[in-house]
Design a protein around this ligand. Structure first.
Ligand SMILES: [Zn+2]
Length: 338
């Protein structure tokens, strides 16, 4: 974030404090507040992922206490039930959601949620459950990290030659590997062979994702589970048929594997790229879907937008008011979405 953006945001945060939570809730016009988390600060085995801003455990617990104090915490299934029966959504409803199905969720979030008697919904990628496969971005990170640590000129030349031969070279080896997108992810397997990395061995050793045993235990405790695509592509890079398969395919797989009586889905990287026709296509196959557009109402009745709290780096009350203020600004600019 540049200094001017930081300054503008600091101004908005101050402004939001002056307005206050109750008024902002009213102004935002949001029907409910669905918040989203992924992981815990410095808890990941991937050093590049650790550069992302996450809550520390203490901050996360503060967030939970804030929600408990100021809101009524509902589960995603409560929302499904309310929407299905046409009842009014309580005006102070918060829903907690967690994306990516990382083991840190089980190790860190679940104990805190249980301690405070709070429910939440966890969105998992069907291909990563039980550490069967690794996200392509994490594969790229592991390649970059290994090359950086080895500092082996000959190895670097071999990698550079491969990148050059496949029209993947951009500025530097590190840049090139980080720029490999979903459609070219097979090249990461070839590069791993050159570098001598075994993704399967890495997965077995570090277990970055939840296991089905942990997931079953979470379901028995009362948490809900949804799908987050098969292997976390950017939907903007996919055809509509591929988007459909990533959505409906992963929902089916998770519903079957865990015998769920509901079908929930959260779009990886949000739902900006998706057309109305796509939502009509998936409508018969899902109960609720979730985007990352903030605390705003979506024109699609079963698609619910969520607000990111963890990456703001702000205390939860400020983060929450800031998101509400952004939702109000969003509604002013796009009145047709109301
Ligand atoms: Zn995700």
């Amino acid at each position: 974030m540049g200094w001017s953006t930081r300054l503008a945001r600091a101004g908005l945060v101050q402004f939001a404090r002056l307005i206050g939570l109750s008024k902002l809730k009213h102004m935002s016009g949001a029907p409910l507040y669905v918040v989203n988390y992924h992981s815990v600060a410095n808890a990941d085995v991937d050093p590049y992922i650790n550069r992302n801003r996450y809550r520390t455990l203490a901050e996360f617990e503060e967030d939970i206490l804030f929600y408990k104090r100021r809101f009524r915490i509902l589960g995603a299934l409560d929302v499904k039930e309310i929407l299905a029966t046409g009842k009014e959504i309580p005006t102070d409803a918060v829903v907690l959601t967690f994306d990516d199905g990382l083991r840190t969720n089980y190790d860190s979030f679940v104990p805190i949620l249980k301690k405070h008697g709070v429910t939440g919904t966890f969105f998992l990628c069907s291909a990563f459950i039980d550490n069967r496969d690794l996200h392509y971005g994490r594969k790229a990170n592991l390649l970059r990290q290994t090359l950086e640590q080895r500092k082996d000129a000959k190895l670097n030349l071999a990698v550079r030659a491969y990148l050059g031969d496949h029209d993947l070279f951009r500025e530097s080896v590190d840049r090139s590997i980080s720029a490999i997108d979903y459609s070219k992810k097979e090249h990461l397997e070839k590069l791993a062979d050159i570098v001598g990395i075994n993704f399967g061995a890495y997965l077995a050793q570090h277990q970055p994702y939840l296991t089905s045993t942990q997931i079953r235990e979470m379901i028995e405790t009362g948490f809900t589970i949804g799908a987050h695509s098969i292997d976390h592509p950017r939907f903007a890079e996919l055809t509509q048929d591929e988007q459909f398969e990533q959505t409906v395919g992963s929902v089916r797989s998770i519903v079957e594997e865990f015998s769920l009586g509901y079908r929930l889905f959260a779009f990886p990287y949000g739902d900006d790229a998706l057309e109305t026709g796509f939502f009509e296509r998936i409508r018969p196959h899902v109960d609720l879907t979730f985007g990352m557009g903030g605390f705003v109402q979506d024109p699609v009745d079963f698609n619910i937008q969520r607000g990111d709290i963890e990456s703001t780096g702000l205390p939860v009350a400020d983060a929450f008011r800031y998101r509400l203020l952004l939702a109000w600004v969003h509604n002013l600019r796009r009145p047709e979405r109301r």
